[in-house]
Write a protein that binds this ligand. Sequence first.
Ligand SMILES: CC(C)(COP(=O)(O)OP(=O)(O)OC[C@H]1O[C@@H](n2cnc3c(N)ncnc32)[C@H](O)[C@@H]1OP(=O)(O)O)[C@@H](O)C(=O)NCCC(=O)NCCS
Length: 483
Amino acid sequence: MGDRGGAGGSRRRRTGSRPSSQSGGGPAAAEEEVRAAAPGATGRPPTRTRAAAPTRAPLPQCHRLQDSLFSSDSGFNNYRGILNWCVVMLILSNARLFLENLIKYGILVDPIQVVSLFLKDPYSWPALCLVIVANVFAVAAFQVEKRLAVGALTEQAGLLLHVLNLATILCFPAAVALLLESITPVGSVLALMVYTILFLKLFSYRDVNLWCRERRARAKAKAGKKANGGTAQRMVSYPDNLTYRDLYYFLFAPTLCYELNFPRSPRIRKRFLLRRLLEMLFLTQLQVGLIQQWMVPTIQNSMKPFKDMDYSRIIERLLKLAVPNHLIWLIFFYWFFHSCMNAVAELMQFGDREFYRDWWNSESVTYFWQNWNIPVHKWCLRHFYKPMLRRGSSKWVARTGVFFASAFFHEYLVSIPLHMFRLWAFTGMMAQIPLAWIVSRFFQGNYGNAAVWLTLIIGQPVAVLMYVHDYYVLHYEAPVVGA
Ligand SMILES: CC(C)(COP(=O)(O)OP(=O)(O)OC[C@H]1O[C@@H](n2cnc3c(N)ncnc32)[C@H](O)[C@@H]1OP(=O)(O)O)[C@@H](O)C(=O)NCCC(=O)NCCS
């Protein structure tokens, strides 16, 4: 910092830096000079002439000790403008891709074709029938719980019935999807998703009711009477929760974890609901359009390099597919976790709207899985991970167990509809454990965040291409080979 006070600078009192005002001029400087010279300024009369005062008065400084904004030491973190620039660049580059795609393929969006993905025959709706039949399993679980509550069933018999019911929930739709000709792959995926959600919900329903019975037994043993505690404040207590109304509220609510008393929002906000419904409608169209117009031709063009085992072209195709795939995935995230879940929650006055957390800031793979799909994460913690820890498993074993179960369900939802068992989805989920270790070991902070984004952007199209390639080979090339 240069001392621009001249000869008197070393003796002057520092008045703090004023980087904006320049030395030797300006009203502030003049004012300071006048104040320094004024008789009452120091409480003593001036002993020097007015002419000497400017040389001794502190001159405002224009430099101070400071870092450049891009240095991490500067503490500067407002990159809003750069974020906007990224968005503008993204829109521009995608607009170019969009135009190129239109010129190359014309308009491929076809709503009629979408219907054919769900139905083979307009008079047969197997996926919908499967979803309706799912009620039987919900009612079965309810009846078992009713009998357990009044002691008409022993706990062992109840457990056996629940296990049978839950196993059937997974096996029955899988068998139908594998054996029934008239069901389409997309119809199968939707039906299997409904059954998987039902499985997780009824698992939770059984666990929570069991915890209530155990608590009731403990309370009975302690007090001898007053088994359920107080029934004040319109709170439902066990076994009053065992009603169809309560069961179906839980089955439709946007959560996988059962509770006797869910937090409720005071009213339905019509504007909020309308916004979410419009988003649902618009984003559904957008996703379908992007898949038909952008994803499908890119995937189709990837088959030849795969067939020829042309690795450089395969990588080029993979990177090309990564862009629309990632965009659609992001739209899907907003559509499902924000629009759909909030719309359902608003309609049902379901109060807990934490369906996702800030997974986009993940600096580790672990953080991503803790924050991206909160309903599933909560279920995993409450009904799988923590019970395993309580039974004495190590964290590593419990975490591997959770990822194994998750990998199983991912594979279940892909392999059965495609009638093809390749374990790509299973491997992808199981690979999260070593990946989490690698990312946390070698990448921290922003590098960790970039590593998580990269695995999301590249990992998914790899799995998509693997399945599509195998499906293509199985359904379109096998007859040729046979002939
Ligand atoms: C496996 C998984 C559950 C681990 O979660 P995690 O948050 O990393 O686990 P942590 O070890 O940090 O512990 C989490 C909780 O267990 C608790 N806990 C830790 N050790 C415990 C112990 N010995 N006994 C009881 N609780 C314990 C912690 O206090 C913490 O509780 P909190 O959530 O109330 O704060 C998580 O990674 C996961 O959900 N993975 C699967 C995700 C998935 O497949 N999603 C599918 C989306 S499509």
